[in-house]
Design a protein around this ligand. Sequence first.
Ligand code: 2BA
Length: 108
Amino acid sequence: MKLIVAIVQDQDAERTIKALTDAGYRITRVASTGGFFSVGNTTLLAGVEDHRVGAVLGVLKETCERRTRLIPAGPNIVESAAMMGAFVEVEVGGATVFVLSVERFEQI
Ligand code: 2BA
């Protein structure tokens, strides 16, 4: 068994969860915040049989878009936003995915 941890953009969360639950996967949704932008994102947890990992990744590829965001240029985001007014384009997503081996799974 594997535990898939997928960090997705909030805009993609609803349709990703719907697509996965419609396909029969069990999902836990956790509200999370990116360390770099300090804006909300969504972390999805899915425990799946090993042979289903590829199918889950396929759903994520279909439902999670790659987007560009403008962020303040410079080493300190907060200061440079207010003071410099210079922005750079950064690509975010589709999804950041970790696939972990599960040593033991129980529902009690
Ligand atoms: P954030 O940390 O808010 O990062 C948002 C986007 O900023 C990233 O998009 C990436 O394009 C850029 N970025 C992040 N750290 C950077 C850095 N040190 N230098 C330059 N650019 C940087 P994604 O890569 O698509 O990541 C989206 C979100 O996924 C991240 O939000 C974070 O919450 C999570 N994430 C990404 N990689 C991770 C990792 N290795 N471990 C844990 N969480 C991760």
